[in-house]
Write a protein that binds this ligand. Structure first.
Ligand code: PLP
Length: 383
């Protein structure tokens, strides 16, 4: 008997992305004529600056329409190395930067390069919904570890086996907006060094740290050679649909890692990279303004939510997320708010068991929409 046609287990077994599903739900409800107030979107809601659009347009008109270098445009890689060095104090050469279609593909590139079948990867939770599935796509097993308020290095150590090859760490954290402290980063680097692990460090919200230090593993002498850094233009510049990000790799690894790029995407479109170069050139002009808006909205929303009985909410030090604790079943509450009050949120348990009892809210909608959503929440509470 002939085999049935089927979708490979590695894809069919993946859990759908809860955040993408919520975005699609909101899109469908709006298309059906409902006015949904969204506190759910991970898209910063910033229109791409016209100078960035013009740069892409100019590149296309100038004929930048062909295959380009696999690792990315030389000028963009140089600008990214400088950007990374300026921000984290790390030391990157242009040669260590790989331009990718978004941060998600940078993550997949790193994991494809270091995770084989049977390998295990430690993933702190609550954490971004794609870490586990990306590890699975590489044939590995994500080992999910609950650690809501700080990295639990002892729990990581206990979870190690002889198959553990890496740990994925995100700062500022999606969904909580927390910035990891220096002591956590130092402990992480020491643990990774001691046990021959790679660190995959996802910093796609690093440009939205409101104040103070932003500790990174790659800025430490021992962390730099063992850390893959995932970053993106999406959240920083309002460029989610452009699909532009990068992977900063340990010394000498760009060449072997580039084989995955060669045999998958080949390269990121040249016009998109020209847009990225322009974005970095106008960074100082635009980013402080975006950051200030998100900080103000987060602080105002946190204060209002905190005054609602049954909700406890801190204003985090970065990003555009809030992760309030709610005295309710988070999945039931999110469903009720959407179905009965037209407010979209994401239940905290979508980010792992450690997130249950919380909602992930974003302050990316226009001020008036956030205000109206908060007014409804103030009226109805967690019922
Ligand atoms: N990492 C984290 C923590 C995220 O929240 C996201 C997007 O939501 C990404 C990576 C990927 O973003 P992109 O692929 O748009 O760069």
């Amino acid at each position: 008997m002939a085999r049935e046609r089927s979708i490979a287990h590695r894809v069919s077994s993946l859990r759908p992305s809860a955040t993408v599903e919520m975005t699609e739900k909101v899109r469908a409800a709006r298309a059906a004529g409902r006015r949904i107030l969204s506190l759910a979107s991970g898209d910063p809601g910033i229109p791409t600056d016209p100078r960035i659009i013009e740069a892409a347009h100019g590149a296309l008109k100038a004929g930048n329409t062909r295959y380009g270098p696999v690792l990315g445009d030389a000028h963009l890689r140089q600008a990214l190395a400088l950007h990374e060095n300026r921000r984290s104090g790390a030391s990157y050469e242009d040669a260590d930067i790989i331009v990718t279609p978004g941060g998600k593909f940078a993550l997949l590139t790193a994991l494809m390069s270091i995770v084989g079948p049977e390998c295990e990867v430690l993933v702190p939770e609550p954490g971004w919904v794609s870490y586990g599935p990306c590890v699975q796509l590489c044939g590995g097993t994500p080992v999910l570890l609950p650690m809501l308020d700080q990295l639990d290095l002892a729990a990581m150590e206990t979870a190690l086996t002889d198959r553990t090859v890496a740990v994925i760490v995100n700062s500022p954290v999606n969904p909580t907006g927390r910035v990891l402290q220096r002591s956590e980063i130092d402990g992480l680097v020491a643990l990774a060094e001691r046990h021959n692990l790679w660190i995959v460090f996802d910093q796609v919200y690093s440009d939205l740290v409101h104040a103070g230090a932003f500790p990174t593993p790659q800025a430490t002498a021992k962390g730099r050679p063992i850390t893959f850094v995932v970053d993106s233009f999406s959240k920083t510049f309002g460029m989610t649909g452009w699909r532009l990000g990068y992977l900063a790799v340990p010394p000498q690894l760009a060449k072997p890692v580039s084989r995955f790029i060669q045999h998958s995407i080949y390269c990121v479109p040249g016009a998109v990279q020209a847009a990225g170069l322009k974005a970095l050139q106008i960074y100082d002009d635009v980013i402080p303004g975006y950051r200030a808006v998100f900080r103000r909205r987060q602080q105002e929303a946190a204060a209002r939510l905190n005054a609602v009985p049954g909700i406890e909410c801190k204003a985090p030090g970065a990003s555009f997320y809030l992760f309030p604790h709610v005295d309710a079943d988070d999945r039931a509450l999110a469903a009720r708010w959407l179905d009965e009050h037209d407010i979209a949120t994401v239940p905290g348990s979508a980010f792992g068991k450690a997130g249950s009892g919380h909602l992930r809210l974003t302050v990316t909608a226009p001020d008036a929409e956030i205000d109206e959503a908060l007014r409804r929440i103030e009226t109805m509470g967690v019922r």
